[in-house]
Structure formats: C-alpha cells, structure tokens
Design a protein around this ligand. Structure first.
Ligand code: 5AD
Ligand code: SF4
Length: 471
C-alpha cells in the first residue's frame, strides 16, 4: 500500500473556506439577530456517530449553533448508512419529509452525507427525485464540509460530485455528544470484502491513524474527564497493517493502557481472523481495558462462512473464544449474526444455533440478510424467501434470549461498578448505566448525575439488563 495521504483542517484551503462561511454566519446573525442553526441526524453504526460529531464540530466552527429540531435549522445534514436496505429506506424517507421545510424556508440547505451517497445509484436517485437536496458528501470527504458549504453559499448550484478521498483527516473539530463517553476512530475502511457487505465499497481501503495521534487524543480525553473511551474501526485488529510505523492493534492498546487515570478502554469491531492471542493477553493484563469483546461470528456454518468470504471456520472461532474465556473468566462476548444468507439450508441454520449454544454469547446483534447492490452475495442464487428468513430470525432471537438470561444469572447478588448514564429512558424513577462488560444496569434514581461511577448490588437479572441498588 502506498503512503496514505494525511490532511489537516488547518490547511489553507479549508481555513479560507471556514473563514468565508464564518463571515456568512456573522452576516446572518446581523440580519436575523441569531446565528444560523445546524441540525445533524445520524443513521447507522458508531463510526457514523463519530463522523457526525465531526460534522457538528465543523458546523460550530463555522459559526453555526447546533439545534435538535430540524424545523429550526438553516443547515440540515443527514448522515446515512448503507449496511442494509432498511437503513437506506429510513434515511430516504426522512429526507423526503424535509421537503416541506425547504418550502417554508427557501434558504435552508440540505446535505445528505455518509455511506449511502457514495453509491452512484443513490446519488442519481437523490439528484433526480429529491430536488430540494443541495449537496451530497460521501464518507471519505466529510472533512470537506467547509469547502462544500462555502461553494454552495457562493454559487447556489446543487453539488453532486462523486470524488472520494481515501485519506486520513486530522485536526477536524469534534463536538462530542457526551462529556464522559467518547469515540475515537483509529482506522478507516475495510479490506475484507465479506461477500454480503457494502462497507469496503463505501468506506474504501483500510488506513490507520498514526499511533501518536491516537495516543494524544485519548490522553487529552482522559485529562478532560472522559471515563469510557471506545476505539473505533471497521476492523480494529487490522490497525497498522500496511503502515510503516510498525505498531499493531495489540501494541496500540498496550500503549494506551499506560495512560494514567480512572477510565475504561473499549474497542470495536474485531474480525475473528485477525483476533490473536497477543491481543487477548494485552487485554487480560491491562489496567483499563474492558473485559468485553465484540467478535462477529456471522454464521455457525463452515459452508456459509466460506461463501461469506470470512476466512475462519467454527474451530478457529472457538479456539480464540476459549482462549479469551480462559484468560478472562469474567469476559462478556457479544456477536453479530446474519440469518438467511443466500443458500443457507436448514442444516446451516441449525449450525448457527448450535454455535450459539456452544459459544454462550452474552448478547448478539442479529440481522436478516439484506442484498446490497454491487456485492457478490447479491448476485448469488438461492436467495432465501422472506418468510423462511423471518421464521429463522425469530428462532434465533428466542434461543439467544434464553442464553443471555443464563449468562446474566451468575451476576445475581454481585457488586458491579457502573458508569451512570442518567435517567432511564424506559423506566421512570430509575437510572441506568453500564458495567465494564457493557451490560445495562438499572438502579433507583438517587440523583446520581450521568458520568459518575457507582457501585450497584444486583438483585434481579433479565436477559438484556441487570437491576439493583446503589451501595
Ligand atoms: N445484510 C445483513 N446484515 C449485514 N451486516 C453487514 N452487511 C449486511 C447485509 N448485507 C451485518 C453484519 C455486520 C453488521 C455490522 O451488520 O453482521 O457485522
Ligand atoms: Fe463488512 Fe466484513 Fe469489512 Fe466487517 S469485515 S465491514 S462485515 S466487509
């Protein structure tokens, strides 16, 4: 791999654009008595959440205020996801709803960003059928928002360019949603080309940030009081591959673990083919590294794993899983499962169920296979009918519910250290938080603010949550 281009938002081109948009924001304020407002809506994974924090950070830097109500906005940015059809449909439907906002406010600027718009057919669709969308901004060019907005304000034309720039952008301002949980991207893109997955096509080839940039960011977050830091990448175990700094993921984690402070380090997502024993050893001996591993299995059938182009089989998966459990008996392991991949027979599906029983995941994220245009699996024969898929999906969920309850049972009457997230969204009078294993814990509201550590004695366990009292 050639040297990855590194860009900084302090480059001259960006600075000029930022100052022009700032001038526009100031003129707007002089005219209306308030600053222009930006609304950022996010679909999809944590990587998109992290990307949106950058979009908000750049908008703020350009003189916008951030609003939670699209009706108030002068700039709307929809950060889209392309992983499954459902995510795309939801994004398109929301964009459709913004038509009436544009009718009311002629100067409203609407930008559609992220993975969906990297696909040619979606850009064309937006251009043709959504005439009130002003621009698209693909995943790898999000840092070009200032230049794009500057052009849009000057030229008034719609901008539907397709240029992607698979580089690493540093010094992009980040407006973090939380003051105690933070996302830190360490690598971008994916080289794995799992046959069902659109990510390698919309996020480009793998490229890793320099270790010192990551270390500086995490050190700064800890100094500012962040207590739960998640390192992000499509395949974090590939961190450093093809770069000449010689630091792999285990080494990076080890260096980050040396930072002083009361904080927890997490990471996602890992690929089983690259999750090695050295990484497990670093986790087991770490001071700050959470005993939680998200390791997508996708299927329990060796034939389907091969068709998915996953490069591991049941035995290899179980070997690393057993090693993790041996080194960290308290570890929580979560996974992703896809049901009804093309050609999945009843026997293949039974293999997935048997793997669930053997692996005893604490929790799984399960998905019905969704064909993605341009991926090999979408062209495969034997696509599974919807009714078969949804029956299998229900059986999978029912089994996992039993297994999750069993995996939580030993936690009854234990004490758990929890990072409080504030009032529960579902149970009035309760607070919620997460323990090191990332399990949700509910406890009575005693006014503990979000972002504080508390110790909770567990008095009830359910499949997807623990309940208890603060000690
Ligand atoms: N259909 C269904 N699920 C998918 N995933 C990725 N691509 C697809 C698809 N085409 C799932 C995988 C991945 C998770 C983020 O999304 O399980 O790990
Ligand atoms: Fe998609 Fe596979 Fe890459 Fe994960 S590892 S992003 S599933 S191609």
């Amino acid at each position: 791999m050639g040297e990855v281009k590194r860009i900084s938002l302090t480059e001259e081109m960006s600075l000029a654009a930022i100052s022009r948009v700032c001038a526009h924001s100031a003129a707007f304020k002089a005219e209306y008595g308030y600053s222009p407002r930006a609304f950022v809506l996010t679909f999809g994974c944590q990587q998109n959440v992290a990307d949106s924090e950058k979009l908000s950070g750049m908008a703020l830097q350009m003189g916008y205020e951030i609003t939670n109500t699209p009706e108030q906005a002068d700039l709307i940015l929809v950060n889209t996801c392309a992983i499954r059809e459902h995510a795309e449909k939801r994004a398109l439907s929301i964009v459709g709803q913004y038509k009436h906002l544009k009718e009311k406010k002629r100067d409203l600027i609407i930008g559609v960003c992220g993975c969906m718009v990297v696909q040619e057919h979606r850009r064309e669709q937006l251009k043709k059928s959504y005439p009130y969308v002003d621009f698209v901004l693909g995943t790898s060019v999000l840092h070009r928002l200032p230049e794009l907005l500057c052009r849009k304000l000057a030229e008034k034309r719609r901008i539907f360019g397709s240029e992607e720039e698979y580089a690493i952008a540093e010094e992009v301002p980040i407006l973090r949603e939380s003051h105690y949980r933070a996302w830190v991207s360490i690598m971008y893109g994916c080289n794995n080309f799992c046959s069902y997955c659109i990510v390698p096509y919309v996020r480009g080839r793998e490229r890793s940030r320099a270790p010192q940039d990551v270390i500086n960011e995490v050190r700064d977050l800890v100094a500012r009081g962040y207590k739960d830091i998640t390192l992000l990448g499509q395949n974090v175990n590939s961190y450093g591959k093809g770069e000449n700094h010689g630091v792999d993921f285990a080494e990076l984690l080890e260096r980050l673990d040396q930072i002083e402070g009361d904080f927890v380090l997490r990471f996602m997502t890992s690929h089983p083919k690259d999750a090695n024993r050295r990484l497990v050893d670093v986790m087991a001996s770490g001071k700050h590294i959470a005993h939680h591993f998200h390791l997508p299995l996708q299927s329990g059938s060796d034939a389907i794993l091969a068709a998915m182009n996953r490069h591991y089989d049941r035995a290899a998966y179980l070997s690393i899983l057993d090693y993790m459990r041996e080194k960290m008996p308290d570890i929580a392991v979560t996974s992703d499962i896809i049901v009804a991949f093309p050609g999945e027979t009843e026997a293949d599906f039974e293999d997935t169920l048997s793997m669930l029983r053997r692996a005893r995941f604490d929790m799984i994220y399960s998905f019905i296979y969704s064909p993605r245009k341009g991926t090999p699996a979408a062209e495969m024969e034997n696509q599974i009918p919807k009714e078969v898929a949804s029956k299998r999906f229900d059986r999978l969920l029912a089994l996992q519910e039993e297994l999750s309850l069993e995996s939580n049972a030993p936690l009854l009457h234990t004490e758990q250290r929890i990072l409080c997230d504030g009032p529960s969204k579902t149970d009035a009078g309760m607070l919620s938080g997460r323990n090191g294993q990332n399990k949700i814990v509910f406890f009575e509201d005693d006014g503990t603010p979000a972002g504080e550590w508390v110790n909770v004695k567990i008095d009830r366990v359910a499949p997807f949550a623990l309940y208890g009292k603060k000690i």
